[in-house]
Design a protein around this ligand. Structure first.
Ligand SMILES: Nc1nc2c(c(=O)[nH]1)N[C@H]1C(S)=C(S)[C@@H](COP(=O)(O)OP(=O)(O)OC[C@H]3O[C@@H](n4cnc5c(N)ncnc54)[C@H](O)[C@@H]3O)O[C@H]1N2
Ligand code: MOO
Length: 408
């Protein structure tokens, strides 16, 4: 199956997003909005002073309505007395303006004169002068009017928006305590291979497991909830049992996809009656990757298995090709338009297959990185993206699609 076709197949297999759940803000990060985020108040909810200074009414100079040394109107207080025309009162940034205020004079732009009696405002009272020469203070200056950002009930963000830290802040500012997000797909990760070591350097013909540490956070970057990583021995029975016992929406396995003497994944899937939706993809590295629908329990959603090849960069190719579209669709996150960048140099291709190449993205364009073999991670660890090089390659200057490599 061609690379783009395999991705489209994963989207189709996932079908509809998982149903919405309402979560407290603290638990909604990483999800996707299932319904529009609506404002529960105007923003700002009241006419607000944008600066520390004085709320004034009408053109200056103004008579100070209270003791000039008093705090005046602080943020968080409500019900300040109306301000009469020609008067002023001290006010803090974020405080609700008193009725009648027409502008805010910043503290650095005003001067308080005791008994100045300027402009006929007072004689013996305390007056406030605008210190900026003859420039009048324009109406509405340094006032954030009620509803400037939004009105109650206004949709602020559409469904499908990723819940980022900024979205959590906006939701709180708009008065929300719960967010309706799609339930995030759960993933169980099964790392196969008797040869793998969990700690220390590779030795005695055994190889340190690189995928147990790499995959959970990579999958989480697509919204997955990843439980514990489980190691499964090279044994058909153990593998079958581990897959059937899992209750996750998606079982992700590593290794065992090829035809070696202990590569049992195909046998296990056939034995349990799973349906192969993608069985090999025309992509380098990673071509033995697969996607299967696990045997369905009556009335329950289809669960999936993504089989990633054991070579680490090949496994990552399987993640971006099959796991990403599957997780994104189940999580209700629409596909972003392809991100295209010019190639700084020619990008050699495979004659028939798509290549996924770890690249740097300096200002002059896409640059392939060294150490991009299927068993290598050195190039990927420095990569700012994975370039999707179509069969036959691309000349320098051509635009190439770049897939995200998750950062911290
Ligand atoms: N006769 C053929 N042999 C192979 C083919 C083929 O088409 N015909 N394809 C090759 C390709 S391409 C790949 S990729 C691998 C896929 O193999 P498996 O998915 O069965 O993976 P394993 O055999 O279990 O492991 C391959 C390799 O990767 C190492 N490995 C496995 N898991 C991990 C891990 N968690 N961390 C680090 N390294 C891991 C494992 O020790 C092997 O060296 O098949 C080729 N063979
Ligand atoms: O998937 Mo293999 O070369 O493509 O490592």
């Amino acid at each position: 199956m061609a690379w783009a076709q395999a991705r489209a197949r994963a989207v189709r297999a996932a079908g509809a997003p998982l149903p919405p759940v309402r979560l407290p803000l603290a638990d909604a990060f990483g999800g996707t909005l299932a319904v529009p985020l609506e404002a529960l108040s105007d923003l700002p909810a009241f006419d607000t002073s944008a600066m520390d200074g004085w709320a004034v009414s009408g053109p200056g100079p103004w008579r100070l309505a209270a003791d000039p040394c008093a705090d005046g109107i602080l943020a968080g207080r409500k019900g300040a007395a109306p301000l009469a025309d020609g008067t002023a009162v001290r006010i803090a940034t974020g405080a609700q303006l008193p009725p009648g205020a027409t502008a805010v004079l910043r503290s650095e732009d005003g001067q308080v004169r005791r008994g100045a009696g300027v402009g006929g405002v007072g004689n013996g009272g305390v007056d406030l002068l605008h210190d900026c020469g003859s420039t009048p203070l324009e109406q509405g200056r340094d006032i954030r009017p009620r509803g400037q950002e939004c009105r109650t009930g206004e949709p602020l963000l559409p469904p499908g928006t990723a819940v980022t830290p900024a979205v959590l802040g906006l939701a709180a500012a708009a008065g929300c305590d719960l967010l309706a997000v799609h339930r995030r797909p759960t993933v169980e990760l099964l790392v196969l291979g008797d040869e793998l070591l969990d700690a220390g350097p590779s030795k005695d013909g055994r190889t340190r497991d690189a995928l147990g540490p790499l995959l959970p956070s990579w999958l989480r970057s697509y919204g997955a909830r990843v439980g514990a990583v489980r190691r499964v021995g090279d044994d058909l029975g153990l593998l079958t049992e581990a897959v059937l016992r899992s209750t996750a929406d998606i079982v992700v396995t590593t290794g065992g996809t090829a035809a070696g003497p202990v590569d049992f994944l195909h046998l296990a899937l056939a034995g349990m009656g799973a349906r192969l939706l993608v069985d090999g993809v025309r992509v380098r590295p990673g071509h033995p990757m697969l996607l299967a629908a696990l045997p369905a329990e009556p009335g329950k959603r289809t669960r999936f298995l993504v089989g990633l090849p054991g070579n680490p960069l090949a496994a990552v190719a399987g993640v971006v090709t099959l796991a990403e579209p599957l997780l994104r669709t189940l999580g209700g996150c629409p596909a972003a338009p392809p991100y295209l960048v010019e190639a700084a140099v020619a990008l050699p291709g495979h004659p028939q297959d798509t290549r996924l190449v770890p690249v740097a993205l300096p200002a002059r364009g896409v640059l392939p990185l060294a150490f991009d073999g299927p068993a290598m991670l050195r190039g990927l660890a420095l990569a700012e993206g994975l370039a999707v090089v179509p069969p036959g390659g691309l000349p320098a200057g051509a635009r190439v699609e770049i897939l995200d490599v998750p950062a911290g």
